[in-house]
Design a protein around this ligand. Structure first.
Ligand SMILES: C[S@@+](CC[C@H](N)C(=O)[O-])C[C@H]1O[C@@H](n2cnc3c(N)ncnc32)[C@H](O)[C@@H]1O
Length: 253
C-alpha cells in the first residue's frame, strides 16, 4: 500500500511533463518560470494599488522568451486590474566578446545567439526592444525610458559582466523605479559561486546593505524542471516606503 501511494506521490517526470503540456496548451505559453515571476509580482503590485508595472527580459536572442512574456502579460491582464510595459534588452548581434574570466569564456563565444531584429520587431505585439550593450542601454533606460515601476525581471545574458551591468536597474533609490520586492529569474546559475552569474549576484549583495537579491528559501527546493523554483530570486529593498505594507489579503487560519 505504501509503495503504491509513493508511486503516485513521486513527482514522476512523465506526470510533470503531461501536466506542463496541458497547462501550456490551456494558457498559450510554456515558460512556467517566467509566468511565476510575473504572477507573483502582479499580485503584490495589485495589493499595493499599482495600475501598471514594467516586466523585463535581459537577453532576447531569437525572441522566444520575449514573445512568451507578451503572452503571459496578456493572459494576466485579463485576470488582474493591471497593465504591463514589456521590455527586452539585447545587443542585437548576439553575445559580445567575453571581457572577464568570470564571463566563462570556455563556455560562451562571441556572436552566438544573434537575432534578426527586424523580423522579431514584426512578430512582437507590444514589447519594446532596446538594442545595444546593456552597459550603455540600462543607464539610459533608467534615466529616460522607465514609465512604470519594475516588478519582474528575467535575466538571461549568460555573462558575469553583462549581468553586473543589468543589475544596476536596482541601484536607483527612487521609490517609483521598482516595487519594494521584484521577482527575478536567473537562467545561468550553473557554475561555482566565484564565476558567472552567481558571482554577479554575490557582488550585488556585498555592495548593498539595504537591498538584497536572494533565492526564496522555500522555492529553492522546488525541483520541478518546468517550474525551475531554484532559479527564481527575490530582490528586496528594505528602505522602500512600501516594504512593510501588508499585502497578504487573507487572514491566516
Ligand atoms: C541565451 S541568449 C538569450 C535567450 C533568450 N532569453 C531566450 O529565452 O530565447 C543570451 C543573449 O544575451 C545577449 N547579451 C549578452 N551580453 C550582452 C550585453 N552586454 N548587452 C546586451 N545583450 C547581451 C546576447 O546578445 C544573447 O542574445
Amino acid at each position: 500500500m505504501r509503495l503504491i501511494s509513493r508511486l503516485f506521490d513521486f513527482p514522476h517526470p512523465i506526470r510533470l511533463a503531461v501536466r506542463h503540456k496541458l497547462r501550456s496548451r490551456l494558457r498559450g505559453f510554456s515558460r512556467e518560470h517566467y509566468f511565476n515571476c510575473v504572477r507573483r509580482a502582479t499580485e503584490e503590485a495589485v495589493a499595493l494599488g499599482h495600475k501598471r508595472m514594467t516586466v523585463i527580459e535581459f537577453g532576447v536572442a531569437s525572441g522566444k522568451g520575449l514573445l512568451e512574456l507578451e503572452q503571459i502579460c496578456t493572459w494576466l491582464e485579463a485576470r488582474y486590474p493591471i497593465g504591463y510595459d514589456v521590455v527586452g534588452f539585447d545587443t542585437g548581434t548576439g553575445l559580445p566578446k567575453p571581457t572577464d574570466i568570470r564571463d566563462i569564456p570556455w563556455k560562451w563565444a562571441e556572436g552566438w545567439y544573434d537575432m534578426d531584429a527586424e523580423n522579431l520587431r514584426r512578430r512582437l505585439s507590444r514589447a519594446k526592444l532596446v538594442l545595444g550593450d546593456v552597459a550603455d542601454t540600462v543607464p539610459d533606460f533608467m534615466n529616460n525610458g522607465l514609465a512604470a515601476p519594475i516588478g519582474a525581471v528575467m535575466f538571461d545574458l549568460d555573462y558575469y559582466s553583462a549581468t553586473t551591468h543589468a543589475l544596476t536597474i536596482f541601484d536607483s533609490d527612487d521609490a517609483d523605479a521598482q516595487l519594494c520586492r521584484v521577482y527575478c529569474y536567473f537562467d545561468d546559475l550553473g557554475s561555482i559561486e566565484d564565476i558567472g552569474v552567481p558571482s554577479a549576484i554575490s557582488e550585488f549583495n556585498s555592495r548593498n546593505i539595504r537591498k538584497k537579491l536572494k533565492p526564496n528559501v522555500r522555492w529553492q527546493h522546488h525541483r520541478d524542471p518546468y517550474v525551475l523554483g531554484w532559479k527564481i530570486y527575490e530582490f528586496h529593498n528594505f528602505d522602500h516606503p512600501d516594504y512593510t505594507r501588508l499585502v497578504r489579503t487573507e487572514k491566516p487560519l
